[in-house]
Design a protein around this ligand. Structure first.
Ligand code: NOJ
Length: 574
C-alpha cells in the first residue's frame, strides 16, 4: 500500500469539529471553481449534504447553512469537486424539505439568503462547486399558490396550477380514482367542495400541473434566481413525473400499474417531459460555464439517455447499484450497460451507492439478499427493528469500502452521501415518536421510512450531539457514532475516512479518458484498466485470490501476502 493510506498524520491534540485537525498538508488540489471549464461535472465527485443533518451552528438541533459553511475546510480536505444541497427552502418538513413553501428563499431555521451567498463564496473559494435541489413535481400545501387554489373556486386559474378533479359518487364524496401515493394511503385529497387534488407523495405535497404556462415560467425564474446567485448546477427531483396526461376518465390503480412506463404512461416518463427540459437547457446555456443538471428519474434504463441528453438536463442518476447484490458479474453488467447508455447520450454516467432515500450501503451489504427481489434492500431488517435477518456489520463495511473504491475508479461522476466517508451504518433504533418520515406514518407496519440514513453525522467522539451542534440532534444519534466520528477517524490511517481522502486525492489522476477495458480475472473478481494505466480489481467473493500484477497504490482493506482477500478492492499501477 502507498503512504496515502499508511501515512501517519499527527493525531490532533484536541478534537476539532471542523474535521480538519491534524491536516498538516492542507487541502488537496480541488478543481478551481472559478474556472470556465464547461465539462467539470463529467467525472466530478459530488458530495450530497442533507442540510438539516450536517452541522448545526446555532444550537437548535437542526443543521443549518452556517454549519455547512463551517465545514467547508473538511469538504476541501476530503477532496470533493461539488456539493449537492438537498432542499434548504422554507418548509414544514412534511417530507424532509421536499415539501417546498417558497423556492426562492431559505428556511429561517437554516439561515438567510445572505447565509446562502456566504456559503457559495466559501465553497467557491475552496474550489468546490454547488448544486441545489429543485423540486418541480409538487409544491408544499403552504405554498402561496396552493393557499390561493384552496381559496378559489373550481375551474379558477389558481386551481389550474395544480391537478384538481371532481370527486366521484354523491356530491363528489368519493375520490376521483383509487390511486395510492408513494408513501402509502390514497393520492387524492378532498378540499371540501366536491373537488380533490392529486398528491403523488404526501398530502402536504400537491402535484403541479405542468401544462400550465405560469408554472413553467415560474420554474424558469427559479432556475435563474439560483444560477444568478452563483449556483453551478441543479438536481431535479422526480424528473420523470412532471408531464401527466390524465384525460377525462381516470384509469384505476391496477391499470396504471399494468401500463408500460416508456413514453405513454399517464403519470411517468412521458415523452413530452423533455419539452420542459429543453426550455430549462436554454436557461442553463445562457450562463458561462453552462449550469448543469442531473435528473432523479426512476425510469427504465434504456430511457435514461433522454434525460441525460445535452439538449435536456445533461446527466441522469444511475441508481442500479442501489438495488444490486455485491456480486462481480452484477457489477460488471451494470458498468457495461451504463457506460453504453452514457455513450448513447454523450453524457457521462453517474455512480451512487447511498443517498437520503435508501438504507446506507454498509448495512445493505451486511444483510443477505432479499428473498423477494422486488423488496427494497434493508426494508425487512428495518421493520424487524434490526433483529431479522441478522446484520453482519463488519462484512457490510468491508464490502462497502470495496464497492466504494471500485466505483471511484470508474469513469463518470460519483455521488457520495454525507457520512458514507465515515462508514456509517443505518440507524435502526429510532423510537416511533422520534420518527419524521411520512413513509413511516402513512404505511404503519409496512415501511419504517428513511430516517435511519438521515441522522445527523458525528464530528467528535463525544460531547453533545457528537459535535453536530450544542443541542441534542433532531434525530437521535446512537452511542456507536462516537467511534465513527470524523475526529476518531482522522486519527486512524486505516479508517474509512482516510481511505476516502486517499482515493479522492488519487482519483484526480484517473480523470482522463472516460474508458475502461476489462482484464481477465477469476469469476469472483471484477478487474478493469483505465487508458492511463490505472487498474482497479475487486474481489467480490469470500476467499482470497492471487493479487494482480502491478504496484498497489491503495486498497480498501489489508492484503494477505500477495493475495487479494474477499470483499477487497485494490488500485494498481501497472
Ligand atoms: C425524491 C426525493 O429524493 C425524496 O426524498 C422525496 O421524498 C421525493 N422525491 C418526493 O419529493
Amino acid at each position: 500500500m502507498t503512504d496515502a493510506l499508511l501515512r501517519s498524520d499527527a493525531a490532533s491534540p484536541s478534537e476539532d469539529p471542523t474535521g480538519t485537525a491534524g491536516d498538516a498538508e492542507g487541502p488537496s488540489s480541488n478543481v478551481a471553481a472559478s474556472s470556465d471549464d464547461a465539462t467539470w461535472w463529467r467525472q466530478a465527485v459530488v458530495y450530497q449534504v442533507y442540510p438539516r443533518s450536517f452541522a448545526d451552528a446555532d444550537g437548535d438541533g437542526i443543521g443549518d447553512l452556517a454549519g455547512i459553511r463551517s465545514r467547508v475546510p473538511y469538504l476541501q480536505r476530503l477532496g470533493v469537486d461539488a456539493v449537492w444541497l438537498s432542499p434548504f427552502y422554507p418548509s414544514a418538513l412534511a417530507d424532509g424539505g421536499y415539501d417546498v413553501d417558497d423556492y426562492r428563499d431559505v428556511d429561517p431555521r437554516l439561515g438567510t439568503l445572505a447565509d446562502f451567498d456566504a456559503l457559495v463564496d466559501a465553497l467557491h473559494g475552496a474550489g468546490i462547486r454547488i448544486i441545489v435541489d429543485i423540486v418541480p413535481n409538487h409544491t408544499s400545501n403552504r405554498h402561496v399558490w396552493f393557499i390561493e387554489a384552496l381559496a378559489s373556486p373550481r375551474g379558477s386559474a389558481a386551481r389550474d396550477r395544480y391537478i384538481f378533479r371532481d370527486g366521484s359518487g354523491v356530491d363528489g364524496q368519493e375520490p376521483p380514482a383509487d390511486w395510492t401515493s408513494a408513501f402509502g394511503g390514497p393520492s387524492w385529497e378532498p378540499v371540501g367542495d366536491g373537488q380533490w387534488y392529486l398528491h403523488y407523495f404526501a398530502i402536504e405535497q400537491p402535484d403541479l400541473n405542468w401544462d400550465n404556462r405560469e408554472v413553467r415560467d415560474d420554474f424558469l425564474a427559479t432556475l435563474r434566481f439560483w444560477a444568478d446567485r452563483g449556483v453551478d448546477g441543479f438536481r431535479i427531483d422526480v424528473a420523470h413525473g412532471l408531464a401527466k396526461e390524465l384525460g377525462e376518465n381516470l384509469p384505476d390503480q391496477a391499470t396504471l400499474d399494468s401500463l408500460p412506463r416508456a413514453g405513454g404512461h399517464p403519470l411517468w416518463d412521458r415523452d413530452e417531459v423533455h419539452e420542459i427540459y429543453a426550455e430549462w437547457r436554454q436557461v442553463f446555456d445562457s450562463y458561462s460555464p453552462p449550469r448543469t443538471a442531473v435528473a432523479e428519474a426512476w425510469v427504465e434504463s434504456s430511457r435514461r439517455p433522454r434525460y441525460a441528453s445535452p439538449q435536456g438536463l445533461g446527466q441522469a442518476f444511475n441508481f442500479d447499484l442501489l438495488e444490486a447484490s455485491f456480486d462481480a458479474s452484477v457489477f460488471r453488467r451494470i458498468v457495461e450497460e451504463n457506460l453504453a447508455l452514457a455513450a448513447e447520450s454523450g453524457s457521462s454516467t453517474t455512480w451512487v451507492l447511498s443517498n437520503h432515500d435508501v438504507v446506507r450501503h454498509p448495512t445493505r451489504y451486511g444483510l443477505p439478499d432479499p428473498v423477494d427481489p422486488a423488496e427494497k434492500r434493508g426494508a425487512a431488517w428495518l421493520l424487524s427493528g434490526g433483529a431479522d435477518p441478522v446484520l453482519d456489520a463488519d462484512l457490510g463495511l468491508r464490502r462497502a469500502r470495496a464497492a466504494t473504491l471500485f466505483v471511484l475508479g470508474l469513469p463518470g461522476s460519483a455521488y457520495l452521501y454525507q457520512g458514507e466517508e465515515l462508514g456509517l451504518q443505518e440507524v435502526v433504533d429510532i423510537a416511533p415518536d422520534e420518527r419524521q418520515d411520512p413513509a413511516y406514518f402513512r404505511n404503519p407496519g409496512v415501511d419504517v421510512g428513511r430516517d435511519g440514513c438521515r441522522v445527523p453525522i458525528p464530528w467528535t467522539s463525544d460531547g453533545e450531539s457528537f459535535g453536530f451542534g450544542d443541542a441534542a440532534a433532531h434525530l437521535p444519534q446512537p452511542s456507536w457514532f462516537g467511534e465513527l466520528s470524523v475526529a476518531a477517524e482522522e486519527r486512524d490511517d486505516a479508517s474509512t475516512l482516510s481511505m476516502y481522502r486517499a482515493a479522492l486525492a488519487l482519483r484526480r489522476e484517473l480523470e482522463t479518458d472516460e474508458e475502461l477495458v476489462w482484464v481477465d480475472s477469476p469469476d469472483a473478481v471484477a478487474h478493469f484498466r483505465r487508458p492511463n494505466g490505472w487498474e482497479v480489481a475487486t474481489n467480490f467473493g469470500d476467499t482470497a485470490c492471487p493479487l494482480p500484477a502491478g504496484d498497489v497504490v491503495l486498497s480498501s482493506g489489508p492484503l494477505e501476502d500477495g493475495r487479494l482477500p474477499g470483499a477487497t478492492t485494490v488500485w494498481l499501477r501497472a
